[in-house]
Write a protein that binds this ligand. Structure first.
Ligand code: HEM
Length: 445
């Protein structure tokens, strides 16, 4: 590992100043810690000694080689468990293994072509509306997060949200905000306090719960059938354990849409600002598809589209920081001695923009993904790595690629505002939205 290790950054007042800086601007805080103190930074955050580890070797050790020496940091998991229950995302040990085994078949590759059709179908409704509106200016981020929520609902339980879409969209956005605020707060106020944030949270949980519980109950009470959606698979795996199914559905619904929606937005922003790359992707789409709609099987013949998605994931990883881990035993990571109880934070947003691994690290260059990687394996990990790698990776990539293919086949995005600034919310989102003009492409021969 690198010799650039800035151990023990002074942390007066139990690291309160670090906590405040972290809450004010996480990305700037991580960037300055890495620039000033190197690849392994130790500082106090409240009662915990915390490590920021930026080097690919250290990342491999924490996520893969010594994964068993760490658990996800419990206070953050407790925040998520308020609505996810004891789901795959928040469990550890044998319970996590068993949950993961049960959810995996729902996301298996043989299921993907069927989900692909639903993804394209939903996107078509958006494309038709934008085409009819004659070069509208759209908040692409807002629309894409709404679209991926619709797609998640349809692929999870085979139901269109219809006129519930706005209410559910608001509830999910509220939970995502609360998750971010509570998990980065030095002090979480008790839920019984009648403060506005708590009321909003309680209402959002109740709304989501009502929707998911009703859908699960209706399916459990109906005739047994494999409807080709995730819920059918979960029912088969969980043998009608309504609470377990509800928890996983809620988790997949929330974990599985904001990240994908944000990634579509970032890819769209990058393409809008790089017309040459946009034209090249559209030429690839024209060549492979002509006028027919894209399908899952087409993507393997679209290396440039896949490279654009990969490069957007490098520059703007929606999961910009992994969930913090806590060491459950002493463990040596390179020349860093992590003690039982220490926290570890790993931040794809910083490592994936390190000039030692990526030439011109801030530049949008999809071509770097068209040749064999010139960077260490653990310098690029937008879906995490090791046993707790994202379970929805294949689904997410399929979704993002098919949505982009469907839109870009007929429409071109153009910037309609200043350069988007990444804001570290629950996912990495364009601050204040992403205004873009979506112009119809000239008709091709
Ligand atoms: C572009 C889209 C996505 C990105 C960038 C992304 C990123 C990630 C990352 C980085 C992790 C690991 C977090 C950590 O180790 O701390 C993760 C875990 C997870 N993701 Fe995703 N994700 C995406 C889409 C999805 C989708 C579509 C689903 C569901 C259908 C999903 C469900 C999950 C679940 C359940 C976990 C927890 C897995 C476990 O703990 O074993 N994600 N995701």
């Amino acid at each position: 590992m690198s010799e650039r290790n800035g151990l023990n950054v002074p942390s007066p007042l139990f690291g309160l100043s670090h906590l405040l800086r972290l809450r004010a601007d996480q990305l700037a805080f991580y960037r300055s810690m890495h620039a000033l103190h190197g690849d392994a930074v130790s500082l106090r955050l409240g009662p915990w000694r915390s490590w920021l580890l930026f080097h690919p070797d250290a990342i491999e050790a924490v996520l893969a080689t010594h994964a068993a020496a760490f658990v996800r940091f419990e206070p953050v998991m407790r925040v998520l468990a308020q609505w996810n229950g004891e789901s795959l995302l928040v469990s550890e040990g044998e319970r996590w293994r068993s949950r993961r085994r049960k959810v995996l078949p729902a996301l298996a590759s043989r299921r993907l072509p069927g989900y692909g059709e639903k993804i394209v179908d939903r996107t078509l409704a958006v494309r038709d509306a934008w085409e009819a509106a004659d070069a509208p200016i759209i908040d692409t981020d807002r629309e894409m997060v709404a679209l991926t929520l619709e797609i998640a609902a349809e692929t999870l339980f085979g139901e269109a949200l219809g006129d519930r879409a706005d209410a559910i969209g608001r509830a999910v956005a509220a939970l995502s905000d609360v998750a971010f605020r509570e998990s980065t707060s030095p002090l979480v106020l008790p839920d019984w306090l009648p403060v506005p944030g708590k009321t909003r949270k309680r209402r959002a949980i109740a709304d989501m719960d009502a929707l998911v519980t009703r859908i699960v109950a209706a399916r459990l009470n109906g005739p047994p059938a494999d409807r080709g959606d995730l819920l059918s698979m979960l029912i088969e795996a969980d043998h009608a354990d309504a609470a377990a199914i509800r928890n996983e559905v809620m988790t997949l619904l929330i974990a599985g849409h904001e990240t994908s929606g944000a990634l579509i937005s970032w890819a769209s922003d990058l393409l809008a600002r790089h017309p040459g790359e946009l034209a090249a992707v559209q030429a690839e789409l024209d060549r492979e598809l002509g006028n027919r709609l894209p399908r899952a099987a087409d993507l393997e013949r679209m290396p440039l589209l896949r490279a654009v998605v990969a490069e957007a994931l490098r520059l703007y990883p929606p999961a910009y920081a992994l969930f913090p881990r806590r060491a459950i035993k002493d463990v040596a990571v390179g020349n860093v001695a992590i003690r039982k109880g220490d926290l570890v934070q790993i931040i794809p947003f910083i490592t994936q923009r390190d000039h030692r691994w990526f030439e011109a690290p801030d530049a949008f260059r999809p071509a770097r993904f068209l040749v064999s990687p010139g960077w260490p394996r653990y310098a690029y990990f937008p879906f995490g790595a090791g046993p707790r790698v994202c379970i929805g990776q294949a689904f997410g990539l399929l979704e993002v690629s098919l949505v982009l293919a469907t839109l870009l086949q007929r429409l071109s995005p153009e910037p309609a505002g200043a350069q988007a600034i990444p804001e570290a919310k629950f996912s990495l989102r364009p601050k204040g939205g992403l205004p873009q003009r979506w112009r119809k492409r000239a008709r091709r021969a």
